[in-house]
Design a protein around this ligand. Structure first.
Ligand SMILES: [Zn+2]
Length: 399
């Protein structure tokens, strides 16, 4: 009898484990608390301030993300060339930044150039409508129209293979809760980097998958609370400005640094919190407009000099690597200590990024109220590409 009870209990335990996935409540799958035994790499990781792979302290490579939001243009591309193209990591590979690209005003032959040079091409919507309420209330179908359709759009005009486009940042960091994440998962995306954290800065919150409920604070509601197995969130760990206020994007930190020294100090002080701590990835999330400006405004050149000084100093520090977020995701799946990191293939230069935009076209569109230019790697479409007409062919598009 006792044996039978134990067997029953064991069976119940087994059934409980089998059925411990997401529970459906009111037709919604709410993510359960994370089960550290069931949630294992490479496919699953609980939200945590502990580095993955049982790595500790100096054995953890310090990943640094340089990200830039919005359109790639002839105005900001020279800045990327100057700052990013000739710097290398200690493994001998080129450093990689992550670009969150909006369709409007983007020059797709320059997008192709950034991709061919090894940078991470991610998406930031077709329209970038400047009303956060629009993004907060967007339904799943419209997230597909703004982001999922943008993947095919960018792939077409910038000649970037679809398989390279994996990540997203919501405009204004205004995440759209479950409808947004559901659209991204359905659209084949693998990660999002839109959610700031103030509460898990030191030690920093490591990236995690959304199989289970996360412990991350929701700074800009609405955050997803359903389970999205295998889909990664890369938290934006807030920086602290000189006035001690938190800032998710460095160009929101106050007071805005006006000198090289102030810029360098802001970046290095925040970097050291992670580098001397649990080595959660450190992000310098910004727009080129923070660093590129008119010649009669010397603070732009000062900030750029401080930014470059910061890059050169961290690249000379042990175990620091400036990588794209998609490269970091591969590391998260297969955590690799500093002893073996220089042969970690996803962080080496990618030989498959072959240039395929030999004859860029300059497309021009106008109506009575506006004019748009678009450089394209393929012949100009008849219409200016836009939401619900992402290829500019003016055919019905099933979003
Ligand atoms: Zn933006």
């Amino acid at each position: 009898m006792a044996k039978l009870t134990i067997l029953s209990l064991a069976l119940c335990g087994l059934l409980a484990i089998v059925f411990s996935g997401p529970t459906k409540v009111n037709n919604v799958y709410e993510a359960p608390p994370c089960d550290v035994d069931a949630c294992q790499l490479p496919s699953c990781r609980c939200s945590s301030q502990t580095p993955p792979g049982n790595l500790i302290g100096p054995n953890v490579p310090q990943m640094v993300f340089l990200t830039f939001d919005d359109a790639i243009t002839v105005s900001n591309h020279p800045f990327y060339e100057e700052v990013l193209f000739n710097r290398i990591n200690q493994n001998g590979a080129k450093i990689a930044a992550t670009f969150f690209i909006t369709h409007e005003y983007s020059n797709y032959s320059l997008v192709h150039d950034l991709w061919a040079r090894g940078h991470d091409i991610a998406l930031h919507s077709i329209t970038h409508v400047s009303d956060t309420g629009y993004w907060a209330n967007l339904n799943e179908s419209m997230w597909r129209a703004e982001i999922v359709a943008q993947k095919q759009q960018l792939s077409t005009f910038a000649s970037v293979p679809l398989a390279y486009i994996k990540g997203v940042r919501a405009p204004f960091l205004q995440v759209g809760g479950n409808p947004m994440y559901s659209a991204l998962v359905g659209g084949g995306f693998e990660w999002d980097c839109s959610r700031p954290t103030q509460n898990q800065r030191i030690p920093g919150l490591w990236p995690y998958t959304n199989d289970y409920a996360s412990t991350q604070d929701c700074q800009i509601p609405t955050c997803p609370d359903e389970a999205f197995p295998g889909f990664w969130t890369f938290p934006m760990i807030d920086l602290i400005g000189d006035d001690q206020f938190p800032c998710a994007m460095v160009d929101e930190c106050t007071p805005v640094p006006m000198t090289q020294a102030a810029t360098y100090n802001l970046l290095m002080r925040n970097f050291e919190n992670q580098y001397n701590g649990n080595r959660a990835p450190f992000g310098v999330f910004t727009h080129a407009a923070w660093l590129v400006g008119p010649a009669d405004r010397p603070e732009f050149a000062q900030r750029k000099a401080g930014y470059i000084q910061f890059l050169d100093e961290i690249l000379a520090m042990p175990n620091v690597y400036i990588v794209g977020i998609s490269q970091a995701m591969e590391w998260m799946k297969t955590p690799t200590g500093t002893a073996d990191i220089d042969t970690f293939v996803p962080w080496l230069d990618d030989p498959n990024r072959v240039r395929a935009c030999p004859f860029p076209r300059n497309c021009r569109y106008e109506n009575s109220t506006w004019e748009r230019f678009m450089s394209s790697c393929i012949p100009c479409p008849p219409e200016y590409p836009w939401v619900h007409n992402p290829q500019g062919t003016n055919l019905h598009y099933d979003d």
